[in-house]
Design a protein around this ligand. Sequence first.
Ligand code: NAD
Length: 410
Amino acid sequence: MKTSFPRQDIKVLLLEGVSRTAVEVFERAGYSQIEYHAKSLPEDELKARVADAHIIGIRSRTHLTAEVLEHAKRLIAVGCYCIGTNQVELTAAARLGVPVFNAPYSNTRSVAELVIAEAIMLLRGIPQKNALCHRGGWTKSASGSFEVRDKVLGIIGYGHIGTQVGVLAESLGMRVIFHDIETKLSLGNARAAGNLDDLLERADVVTLHVPETPATKLMFGKNELDRMRKGSLLINASRGTVVDIDALADALRKEHLGGAAIDVFPVEPKGNDDPFVSPLIGMDNVILTPHIGGSTLEAQDNIGIEVASKLVRYSDNGSTLSAVNFPEVALPEHPRSRRLLHIHRNVPGVLSRINELFSAGNINIDAQFLQTNADVGYVVIDVSADEQQAASLKDKLAAIPGTLRTRVLY
Ligand SMILES: NC(=O)c1ccc[n+]([C@@H]2O[C@H](COP(=O)([O-])OP(=O)(O)OC[C@H]3O[C@@H](n4cnc5c(N)ncnc54)[C@H](O)[C@@H]3O)[C@@H](O)[C@H]2O)c1
């Protein structure tokens, strides 16, 4: 729920040792009640601690289930100091009017730097030479060792990370081509490949930066590996499900590929003590890292700042911009319009608050529940107001917990 109470009255509970930069953001904003825990809490203690918290900040190990959220009677917002948000029951939070924020892009640079480092290491054959020396071996040779300059880097998924990788690679003299399902503007001298096959046939190094979706699951299998140039290199720091790991192991064993760097795996250990199992273990030309693409101290600091800033903004003015379960309501720029307003029908009082708002503003609307599915309902609104009224209406509607996006009908 949007708050209007003073910042010093807001209690912030930060768990799992989120970056201290988050604490600094809250302190600078005048928050004085900040409880900081370096670790996650056992469930019983968690339920007790959340009881009087207005804002809860977590990372990936604290599970905010519907039951835990019910204990947080004063909760106004949750911050996930990470990218994933599936440790929070998002619909339960939305039902309670609690937006959940995260930091999807604070570690873009860190992932891109890892990929560049790996491209250099693979091209120089460092993993093999490193392994050899560790075994007490010594073979001084230029064989299998290349400069990055003038090599072709093929980027699959030219989004936040993909573009950053491209810019860094060009600064080293690489030639960048990319493939994306969307039409993308190219940065620098990067060029869109004709299609995926074209990219695979031209690239010396292929790097994957697509999201995990049903369409990208196993999108990189035997067929795609076979199309890569003999001796070329594959980097995956996107999601483990994107690559058929057995087909990759096979392509490496057959020496069709010259090497690979893999940061993400189809099945990853759940904790630091779980064993890591992979068909790639023991291959000297493969760099294996434990999903650390985004794990740098700088990225953690950026995440601390990004999420804390979103939480402060929300508690100041109710802006749910970029909340993962509670998108901003964009309403109505034009004073005369008919709109379909999506609402979370289970948020208590949402419909009556919308009605109250319109009747108080003396605005001609027709709000009716049209249709419902599990959680979302639709209301048609005929707005006929002056511009000032329309602008204030937009802010007020956005502040009602449970209102979601609108679609303009005219
Ligand atoms: N290794 C790590 O620690 C780490 C850290 C952060 C992000 N990631 C992963 O990196 C990936 C990319 O992140 P991002 O922030 O750049 O995402 P993004 O959404 O900015 O970019 C993804 C791009 O992939 C494109 N795309 C989607 N499906 C595609 C397909 N089938 N073929 C080609 N292109 C396709 C999209 O159009 C988009 O341009 C994600 O999988 C994310 O989970 C990994």
